[in-house]
Design a protein around this ligand. Sequence first.
Ligand SMILES: C[S@@+](CC[C@H](N)C(=O)[O-])C[C@H]1O[C@@H](n2cnc3c(N)ncnc32)[C@H](O)[C@@H]1O
Length: 220
Amino acid sequence: MIEAIAPTDSIRRAYDYASSFYGRLIAPLERKPRLRGLALAAIQPSDIVLEVAVGPGATFLEIIKKVNRSNTVHAVDLSPKMVNATRRLIKAAGYSNFDLHVADARQLPFQDETFDVVYNSYMLDLTLLNDIPVVLGEFRRILKPGGRLILVNMSKPHDNSLTWFEQLYSRLPAGWVPYLFGGCRPVLMEIPLKAVGFCNIKREYLRHIMPSEIVLANKC
Ligand SMILES: C[S@@+](CC[C@H](N)C(=O)[O-])C[C@H]1O[C@@H](n2cnc3c(N)ncnc32)[C@H](O)[C@@H]1O
């Protein structure tokens, strides 16, 4: 995997800026892999669910439809404007059983062993390599034993060689990357998940307009 170019502050600025159009223009292009991830999550009405990096809320709306109305569904994002966009979307759909916060995935504001399911799409593909184990460690900490983690990210079939996209990404001026590609580059999460102690790791690769992997794992 190549290094992500953009530091966290520029990611927050870029996604605050993108919050006005991401839900209409970008999220539909990633819909198929996101929904495949959601299907693999097999969310039950009584599950306690967290979405990390909720973005404009397209998946969160599908998650909230799956759980009991008496059950609070949780989500966080680094970008305050993305959190506001999600709040508007979910309220307009008539739901009030949600808890939305601005928070960083590297330091999640939740107690140990809180969630049955943690869902996270298109965030680790813009996370610095050194931060990936920190984030996965946080996911592991807040999941209940046996809890399910679903990761959806830009990816490639295997890690043998650099793709044309990775070569382009590495050559562009760092300041452009968060605005041109949202900061994303291909990642492969099976090995990092194993390293932080997840088990039953299953990967699907989707050759799609946004080439993506969908990875399901359990907290052992
Ligand atoms: C490419 S968008 C994906 C949004 C949504 N998950 C989706 O699939 O449509 C990436 C999102 O990750 C958020 N993000 C990036 N780094 C984050 C971090 N360290 N903690 C929380 N959110 C983060 C950004 O603010 C942005 O909303």
